[in-house]
Design a protein around this ligand. Structure first.
Ligand SMILES: [Zn+2]
Ligand SMILES: [Zn+2]
Length: 386
């Protein structure tokens, strides 16, 4: 069964394209945030602005209990090549992850729910800076759940490859942790022809990089997913090919779906780094920076989301594979039981996936996302009443 609540779809589509044309980076979503706040006020919701800077919460009061529905608002620092009439008007910034669509679908749901409020309080959470700038954590630190207590919190992301009327709702791990690590191997630079007079850090860097995949291959349980990648390598100068440098700097990312594997990656990379350095008489300065925990869907929240998805859209998958990307929705789901769901964005057009310069949110998905949020609020109210 599909359910298309009555709301201003042409108006919402126009807003989606307007937001797409005016992308704003994390914590700089002043225009977007003002539009969101104005629209929520016009619907008669209680509106709180300035949460973690540009964050907005719209509250629709009703009955006992409360849920939080989250949309992210930020764009990415990259140029757009989509060629669409509503393409970015801001050089070097674009909505390449579809957050313009997320913002609009949650506004559409607020419009429908405000007309016939459910018997539960709904907090519409508009989050800044999802793309690696720490918006969710900043909202939690700004007292999000103390000021707007929620029994459960939900997030939704568009997904190319699924049809616009299709959703995936799966219990357990959805998105990996997203952590960074850096390593500096320091020796003593010297003449390239007289290596014995210094301490060359380059062979140790080679040893380290060659053995790096043993961290996932030999330390982590083969049945547990994990990724370690070295993504940056700096040493010496291509114009000085007779100079052994003092140091090599290496950096990369680490992804996991459980706290245990996350710990193993942190320790494993560090141990390997220290070992390689020690073998060559070098100093290793290793840093593991915990950025975003994994998103793991809690059972009861997932059940509720699944019921809502089945009521709202034609096709619901329960066997969708997790993504090795990250989403800082994890900070919300660490505070209260949460579920994160996928909404189809249709086939990838011209091969453009998330974070591609040609990516665009598919407006055909708008009514489905609105229907899901509305069904979810109604289900949560029914569950509370029952
Ligand atoms: Zn993204
Ligand atoms: Zn995104």
């Amino acid at each position: 069964m599909t359910l298309h609540p009555d709301f201003d779809l042409p108006g919402l589509t126009a807003l989606r394209r307007d937001l797409h044309a005016h992308p704003e980076l994390g914590f700089e979503e002043h225009r977007t945030s003002a539009i969101v706040a104005d629209r929520l006020r016009a619907l008669g919701l209680e509106v709180t602005t300035g949460i973690a800077g540009t964050g907005v919460v719209g509250t629709l009061r009703g009955g006992n209990g409360a849920i939080g529905l989250r949309a992210d608002m930020d764009a990415l620092a990259m140029p757009e090549t989509s060629g669409k009439p509503w393409a970015s008007t801001v050089p070097g910034q674009m909505h390449a992850c579809g957050h313009d669509g997320h913002t609009c679908m949650l506004l559409g749901a607020a419009e429908v729910l405000a007309r016939v409020p459910p018997a539960i309080t709904v907090h519409f959470i508009f989050q800044p800076a999802e793309e690696g700038r720490g918006g969710a954590r900043a909202m939690v630190d700004d007292g999000l759940f103390a000021r707007f207590p929620c029994d459960m919190v939900f997030g939704l992301h568009n997904m190319p490859g699924l049809e616009p009327g299709e959703m995936a709702v799966v219990e357990g791990p959805q998105l990996a942790s997203s952590d960074s690590w850096t390593l500096t191997l320091t020796g003593t630079g010297t003449h390239g022809a007289k290596p014995h007079l210094g301490r060359d850090p380059i062979p140790a860097a080679g040893m380290f990089l060659g053995a790096l995949q043993t961290v996932t291959g030999r330390i982590v349980d083969p049945l547990q997913p994990a990724v370690v990648s070295a993504c940056s390598l700096r040493a010496g100068d291509p114009k000085a090919l007779n100079v052994i440098p003092d140091m090599v700097q290496i950096g990369g990312t680490a992804r996991a779906y459980t706290p245990q594997v996350r710990d193993q990656l942190e320790q494993g990379i560090g141990q390997l780094a220290q070992g390689c350095a020690q073998a060559q008489g070098l100093r290793a300065d290793y840093n593991f920076i915990r950025r975003i925990p994994p998103v793991v869907n809690e059972r009861s929240a997932t059940r509720m989301a699944l019921g809502a998805a089945r009521a709202a859209v034609a096709q619901v998958r329960t066997d969708f594979p997790p993504s090795t990307a990250g989403d800082d929705f994890a900070f919300f789901a660490n505070e209260v039981p949460g579920a994160y769901v996928w909404l189809g964005n249709g086939p990838a057009r011209d091969g453009a996936l998330h974070h591609n310069t040609g990516y665009d949110f598919n407006d055909d998905a708008l009514p489905h996302g609105v229907a899901f949020w509305v069904a979810l609020a109604r289900q949560a109210a029914t569950a509370k009443a029952g």
